[in-house]
Design a binder for this molecule. Structure first.
Ligand code: DAH
Length: 428
């Protein structure tokens, strides 16, 4: 379960430009998967939903494929990511993510007499201003890089967090709201990271009459209400668990915290939150207020609540997965339908200065799609001439069937060829 607790933890909590784990860059999230190679595999039907038409309607906005995927240096959105737009797993009441979303709604509706306005259909294509500037993400923050975020053009991205909607909703006059949506991040590949996942954002605004009677200063008042509200939410989802608050850093809140619960024998991060930076309220026309905000990853919690061992399963349309969940049934434990054997392939190459693991994973997922379970760096050295070699181990494993040697070998050959051609590395 150790890996589960790392599923898409908050990116913005890190001030440093790069976050290394075990000496390797391991910053954010993961990657897409391709139509072409996967199309030839019989499992494709089950894993992917057909894109009904090349024009989608997202949150009332019509988007054509050419609007999002373009052959242009400022664009890094692959077809495979476009194919996920509009699927909105969080709006399916029989899907673990929809069940969890509804469970959280239920908590807020019951405890705050339906005060919270709910949004779950806001368009995921947002401006750089909405995604970063409006929530005070510094100009040099790593999350803004092309390596971490999907850019539609230099001023437009696929939102990488639901915080992208905070300022806009405040400006529209909302004071209590929950925003659920699909979010997009380039990343490396393992069982808890996928390039599209789902978050819920919550915001509550207070006016002077709220805190004046309390005898507390506005920030302490908001922080106290925040903690009380979110402890209640954690109990609603996880039962009578032990909890602790960890001081954190986010550009959009001050003070900032993470809530952890003691669950199944260890401490697990549930969400990030804090008292909203005054600057955000100010630019949103609410200078006279204080507010709290939180953000949580739905997959991360659903994997634990429903015992779902691999993040790829959320996208499965295999009946053996989908039939196990139904509306309102929170926390029903997933029964794995036999585990098929993995197949490992290693590849070594000399990297160049522009090489990144996120780009590597994008290429690999572009070929083998959801047959890729994990890509891990298993060897890394620099020779006397200063050339650096990386060896990656690729784990291929289907959730639904046994793979044949032949198809894995075929995929691996394509991977080798494309890694060499697209990333300009030298295979060893
Ligand atoms: N946007 C953050 C992330 O994706 C999560 C988050 C943290 C949202 C703290 C918040 C907050 O509103 O207050 O990493």
């Amino acid at each position: 379960m150790a890996v589960v607790s790392s599923a898409h933890s908050t990116i913005f909590s890190k001030t440093s430009l790069f976050h290394h784990i075990n000496g390797f860059k391991r910053f954010s999230f993961c990657l897409p998967f391709s139509s072409s190679a996967v199309a030839s595999l019989s499992s494709k039907k089950k894993w992917r939903q057909p894109v009904a038409s090349s024009v989608l309607e997202l949150g009332g906005i019509k988007i054509a494929k050419d609007d999002v995927v373009r052959d242009d240096p400022t664009n890094n959105v692959p077809d495979t990511i476009f194919s996920k737009l509009g699927l909105q797993l969080h709006r399916r009441n029989n899907h673990p993510l929809g069940i969890l979303k509804n469970g959280i709604y239920e908590y807020f509706d019951t405890n705050f007499s339906n005060m919270f306005h709910k949004f779950d259909d806001l368009c995921p294509v947002v401006s750089v201003k909405q995604n970063f500037d409006d929530v005070l993400v510094p100009a040099d923050h790593v999350s803004r890089s092309y390596n971490d975020t999907y850019y539609v053009d230099s001023q437009t991205v696929l939102r990488c967090h639901t915080s992208a909607h905070q300022a806009e909703l405040l400006r529209r006059g909302h004071t209590h709201f929950l925003v659920t949506g699909d979010v997009y991040r380039r990343d490396s590949i393992d069982s808890t990271h996928y390039p599209v996942f789902h978050q819920m954002e919550g915001v509550r605004v207070f006016t002077p009459d709220n805190w004046e009677a309390s005898g507390l200063d506005p920030t302490s008042y908001a922080a106290e209400d925040l903690k009380k509200s979110l402890e209640g939410l954690a109990r609603h989802l996880f039962g009578a668990v032990e909890m602790r608050w960890i001081d954190a850093y986010f550009p959009f809140t001050n003070p900032s915290y993470e809530l952890e619960i003691y669950f199944q024998g260890k401490w697990m991060e549930v969400l990030g939150c804090g008292v909203m930076e005054q600057e955000i309220l100010k630019i949103s026309g609410r200078s006279n207020s204080v507010a709290w905000a939180f953000g949580l990853g739905l997959e991360r919690l659903a994997m634990v609540l429903f015992d779902i061992p691999d993040i790829r399963l959320f996208w499965s349309t295999d009946e053996r997965f989908t039939s196990q969940f139904s509306e309102g049934q929170m926390g029903v434990k997933f029964k794995p339908f036999s585990k098929y054997p993995p197949c490992y392939k290693d590849m070594s190459f000399w990297i160049n200065d522009s090489f990144t693991e996120n780009n590597l994973c994008e290429v690999i997922r572009g070929i083998a799609g959801d047959l890729i379970e994990e890509v891990s760096l298993i060897d890394n050295f620099t020779n006397k001439k200063g050339m650096t070699s990386h060896c990656y181990r690729i784990a291929y494993r289907s959730m639904e069937r046994s793979l044949t040697d032949e198809e894995i070998n075929d995929l691996q050959w394509q991977v080798r060829e494309q890694v060499q051609n697209k990333l300009n590395v030298v295979l060893r």
